[in-house]
Design a protein around this ligand. Structure first.
Ligand code: ADP
Ligand code: NA
Length: 353
């Protein structure tokens, strides 16, 4: 069978939460452990994406380090996966420019991320003359999906493991690759083609906020109690779960539409400990008679158990000498750079540069 090339990225915006962990990072580690012998795995800290919104430079540098430590803490291994910072491999920006020349503004205008980051309505247009919109929308935020497409296509990636919120961007990347291939096919006789990648969704596609369970758990939620971090202590986990929004229906049942809060807790427990039940419905049956308080205590125990190793490993990695971490980052940069340079060279030739 053909060699698989796995690529995914995460922004350096603080220690990952359980949405990142269950929706993406844990899947990255599983793929690494299954595939590393015959396939290529690349995982990037996408710091160029982070600056599409305002960042404090000192904080960003610290967050980059914390994300690097988090990736190692969840079980990524620099011997099996290529772990690197996006801005260390300048080919990402270079391919983005070339792809920008093939990307449709109309299509980008329909993407939801720039609208949600600016709290604009779904039908907002980049050319909307309203002053707040015009002042706030920067080109980088608008064209973010082109950079994301470049990140992926630069490695001739075959599979991208992400949470459901990224499916739209992946479809954009696929269509951009197809459009680019079409353009170069009619321009010259090069055999080079960009590979349109497939999406891999993990079983926990969408982990919801604890305090507002109809929204996804997210780093950008201003309420820190809305999310559990992979480094949270048992006490912190217990406290956050105590204030999780549930309902006043008696007993436990699984009904994501009618009882989003309780169902999110069931989902969390079900996904954190994959041996706990065969389905969330069965798990809810097992816990049927519990009070909300007892359910939350149980979920706290399971979450604490589930991330204890990660938390301990995180402390270990953060305590490593800076030079050792820098050497690992350098190794990732070189490995990623050698794949990326090859693709970029072919792209440039294909367009006549
Ligand atoms: P955030 O959305 O918190 O800013 P990122 O955009 O850096 O996080 O996403 C990193 C990865 O985590 C992506 O693959 C994304 O799909 C996944 N992810 C983020 N939030 C969730 C969630 N609540 N449930 C499932 N997956 C998620
Ligand atoms: Na996201």
């Amino acid at each position: 069978p053909k060699r698989k090339i796995i690529f995914s990225g995460i922004q350096p915006t603080g220690v990952p939460h359980l949405g990142n962990y269950l929706g993406a990072l844990r899947q990255w580690v599983k793929l690494q452990n299954e595939l590393h012998k015959r396939h290529v795995l690349l995982y990037s800290i996408v710091d160029l994406h982070a600056i599409t919104v305002k960042q404090d430079p000192k904080e960003l540098a610290q967050w980059r380090k914390e994300m690097f430590a988090s990736l190692m803490a969840v079980g990524l291994d620099p011997k099996r996966s290529i772990i690197f910072a996006q801005s260390d491999v300048s080919y990402h920006s270079e391919l983005m420019w070339i792809l920008s020349c093939y990307a449709s503004i109309g299509y980008l205008g329909r993407m939801t991320q720039w609208k949600s980051k600016l709290a604009l309505p779904d039908n907002a247009s980049p050319f909307d003359p309203s002053p707040s919109n015009k002042a706030a929308l920067k080109l980088g935020l608008f064209s973010y999906p082109v950079l994301q497409a470049a990140d992926i296509l630069l490695y001739q990636t075959t599979h991208v493991p992400v949470g459901e919120d990224q499916a739209q961007h992946l479809e954009f990347a696929r269509e951009l690759a197809i459009g680019f291939n079409h353009a170069i096919a009619t321009n010259n006789n090069s055999n080079f083609r960009l590979h349109p990648p497939e999406t891999i969704l993990s079983p926990a596609k969408r982990v919801m906020s604890l305090t507002n369970p109809t929204k996804k758990m997210s780093k950008s939620d201003e309420n820190p109690k809305s999310r559990i971090l992979i480094t949270d202590t048992k006490e912190v986990i217990q406290n956050k779960l105590k204030s999780a929004l549930t309902d006043s229906v008696e007993g436990v049942s699984y009904d994501p539409e009618g009882r989003p809060g309780v169902s999110n807790l069931i989902d969390l427990m079900y996904h954190i400990d994959e041996s706990v039940a065969a389905s969330p419905e069965e798990l809810a049956k097992d816990l049927e008679g519990l009070s909300m308080r007892a359910l939350k205590e149980k979920v706290a125990d399971v979450v604490d158990e589930g991330i204890r190793d990660v938390r301990e490993k995180y402390e270990e990695v953060m305590a490593m000498p800076g030079s050792e971490l820098r050497a690992l980052a350098k190794k990732g940069e070189q490995q990623a750079g050698s794949y990326a340079g090859k693709t970029l060279g072919e792209v440039k030739r294909a367009v006549g540069l």
